[in-house]
Design a protein around this ligand. Structure first.
Ligand code: GSH
Ligand code: NAG
Length: 217
C-alpha cells in the first residue's frame, strides 16, 4: 500500500512539534507542507474547516486534525516505538495528563506570557506545574512514560522547550529550578532525546518570536 504522509504546519509551533516528534519516533517519512498562518492555504481550510489550525496530518489523502489526536493516530497506524501504554488504565491516565497540558497548563502559560508575568497568572502556572512535578516524583521515573517517552511527554513539549525560551525572551520566571527540580531534570532529559532533539526548532528563533510578539518595546 502506498503510504503518502504530509504534515501541514509551521516550524515554531509546539502543537506541530508534537506531530513531528511522533513521526520521528516511528521513523516515518513525510512531507512537511509549510503554512503561512496569515494567509492559510486552500488545502488547510479544506482539511481543517472547523479550527483552521495546524498541525494537520494527511495520510493517503485522509486529513487528521488536533495534535493529540494526530499523535494517537500515528501510534495506532505505525508499529515500532509505542507512544501510548497498552494497559487500559495506564492509557487512560496518559490521556488524562495529556489533556491536562492543553486544558490547564497551556492556557495558564499563555496568560502569564501575554500579561508579561503578572503575579496571579504566574501563580496559576506554578499551581499547574506543581501537579506535573508531583506526578514525576510519585512515578520516580525519568519520563512521564517511564524509561521512555510517551504521549504525556510529547504533550508537554511546550513545558520542556517553549517555557525556557519565554523566560529568556521576557525575563520572567515560570519554571524555577529550586521549586521544580524533577520537572527541570525531566526537561533536560526530554529535549536531549534524539527524536525530540531532531524535531525542535532553533531555540533562538523561539526567543526572537516571543520578544517580538510579547516583549516590552
Ligand atoms: N488544539 C490544537 C491547537 C493548534 C494551534 O493552536 N495551532 C496554531 C499554531 S500554534 C494555529 O494554527 N493557529 C492559527 C489560527 O489560530 O488561526 C492542537 O492541539 O492541534
Ligand atoms: C496567499 O497565498 C497564495 C497562495 O496560496 C498566494 O498566491 C498569495 O500571493 C498570498 N497572498 C499574500 C498576501 O501573501
Amino acid at each position: 500500500m502506498a503510504n503518502e504522509v504530509k504534515l501541514h504546519g509551521v516550524t515554531g509551533s509546539p502543537f506541530v512539534c508534537r506531530a513531528v516528534i511522533a513521526l520521528n519516533l516511528k521513523e516515518i517519512k513525510y512531507e512537511f507542507v509549510a503554512e503561512d498562518l496569515s494567509n492559510k492555504s486552500a488545502d488547510l481550510l479544506k482539511y481543517n474547516p472547523v479550527y483552521k489550525k495546524v498541525p494537520v496530518l494527511v495520510h493517503n489523502g485522509n486529513p487528521i486534525s488536533e495534535s493529540l489526536v494526530i499523535v494517537e493516530y500515528i501510534d495506532e497506524v505505525w508499529k515500532g516505538v509505542p507512544i501510548l501504554p497498552q494497559d487500559a488504565y495506564e492509557k487512560a491516565q496518559a490521556r488524562f495528563w495529556a489533556k491536562f497540558m492543553d486544558d490547564k497548563c497551556f492556557p495558564a502559560v499563555f496568560k502569564a506570557v501575554s500579561s508579561h508575568g503578572e503575579e496571579q497568572a504566574v501563580a496559576e502556572v506554578h499551581e499547574a506545574l506543581q501537579f506535573l512535578e508531583n506526578e514525576l516524583k510519585v512515578k520516580g521515573s525519568k519520563f512521564f512514560g517511564g524509561d521512555n517517552i510517551n504521549l504525556v511527554d510529547i504533550a508537554a513539549t511546550f513545558v520542556a522547550f517553549w517555557i525556557g525560551a519565554v523566560e529568556e525572551a521576557l525575563g520572567i520566571e515560570l519554571l524555577p529550578k529550586d521549586k521544580f527540580p524533577k520537572l527541570t531534570e525531566w526537561s533536560d532529559n526530554y529535549v536531549n532525546c534524539q527524536a525530540v532533539k531532531d524535531s525542535l526548532p532553533p531555540r533562538e528563533n523561539i526567543v526572537a518570536f516571543f520578544k517580538k510578539r510579547f516583549g516590552k518595546a
